[in-house]
Write a protein of this length. Structure first.
Length: 329
């Protein structure tokens, strides 16, 4: 598949043939298991019809895995958390953010085990806290720890993917976890929410999930990526129009459950933990216009936490504002 994207003809010819080539090949789109409105549309062929792509939606456990897949060339278009995005950009992975998936609220939270003695973030001192290191949840956790006046050395941070966090919780080998659904939902059955990413954002540590695309691929398939962004926005807008209608027996909620495996009766509450931002509102200085500055800020924080060695002077090359601007016309 990696050879599919190499420009072996003149650039003009390659651009003309890109849609035809994609129609005959499978494009892997990386995403996560979050039960979002997009997944209701995944259950249809709306993305395929709009783009002309034969799409394989591949679910990844962490942003670290997505970065590796994009760096290898196996994935050209992906969902990626804001912290892994900053890491990928710092490492020079060839990608551009072109829209937000959602801003993270209580959909990522610190959950404490019953009997752990954790009633506030300050109580994490000396405790074992699991999180997928390098993820947005990890960024929020480190921000919460700093806000509480603790250092990373005060907490035993255990790097685990979501499925391992669920197993460790069942085995009683961790005291708390900062994680997203569906594992978060599972942990809340016996644990207590201490803080969510909505609060850590207010403390100066905002997080979000973004859609990113390989730079060369975006240039050669501009119209298709714009069409992809339009369908994604329409999916979110369908929810924003009437969130109260998205009950457990709602057709879209049932479709999300089928695609993600999340229980339908839990999805309405999970959806309330996300902040979906209309694409028209993303175009401007608050989000896409400020994305390069946000990336640099996150990279600086990750460097101070010892997670990356360097910070780039400018991250603007890793943001594409034209796709969203075209999609909202």
């Amino acid at each position: 598949m990696t050879g599919l994207w190499k420009p072996i003809l003149t650039s003009a010819t390659a651009l003309a043939l890109s849609a035809t080539a994609l129609a005959a090949e499978t494009l892997v789109v990386a995403t996560f298991s979050d039960p979002t409105p997009m997944n209701a549309v995944r259950a249809t062929d709306a993305f395929e019809k709009a783009t002309g792509w034969d799409i394989e939606w591949r679910v990844f456990n962490s942003g670290t895995e997505v970065i590796a897949a994009m760096a290898s060339g196996d994935v050209k278009l992906a969902e990626l958390g804001s912290s892994p995005l900053a890491i990928a950009a710092t490492q020079g992975v060839d990608l551009q953010m072109f829209m937000l998936s959602y801003a993270i609220g209580q959909s990522e939270s610190l959950i404490a085990r019953e009997g752990s003695g954790i009633a506030a973030v300050a109580d994490l001192k000396g405790k074992r806290v699991a999180v997928p290191v390098g993820s947005t949840a990890h960024y929020s956790l480190i921000g919460a720890v700093a806000h509480a006046g603790l250092t990373e050395g005060d907490v035993t941070i255990m790097s685990m993917p979501p499925d391992q966090i669920a197993a460790a919780w069942d085995q009683g080998t961790i005291d708390a976890a900062f994680i997203w659904p569906p594992v978060q939902t599972q942990l809340l059955e016996s644990g207590t929410r201490i803080v969510g990413a909505d609060e850590t954002a207010e403390w100066g540590y905002p997080t979000f999930n973004a859609w990113v695309v390989n730079t060369e691929f975006a240039a050669q398939n501009r119209d298709q990526v714009v069409a992809f962004a339009k369908v994604m926005d329409q999916a979110n807008q369908a929810y924003l129009t009437d969130p109260a209608a998205w009950t457990a027996d709602n057709e879209s909620v049932r479709a999300i459950a089928e695609v993600t495996g999340a229980p339908a009766d839990q999805i309405p509450e999970i959806l309330r933990g996300y902040t979906f931002i209309p694409l028209a509102d993303q175009v401007g200085e608050t989000w896409l216009g400020n994305a390069a500055n946000i990336m640099k800020s996150k990279a600086e924080f990750l460097q101070s936490a010892g997670r990356i060695d360097t910070v780039a002077d400018d991250y603007s090359a890793f943001v594409n504002t034209d796709i969203a601007a075209e999609a909202v016309k």
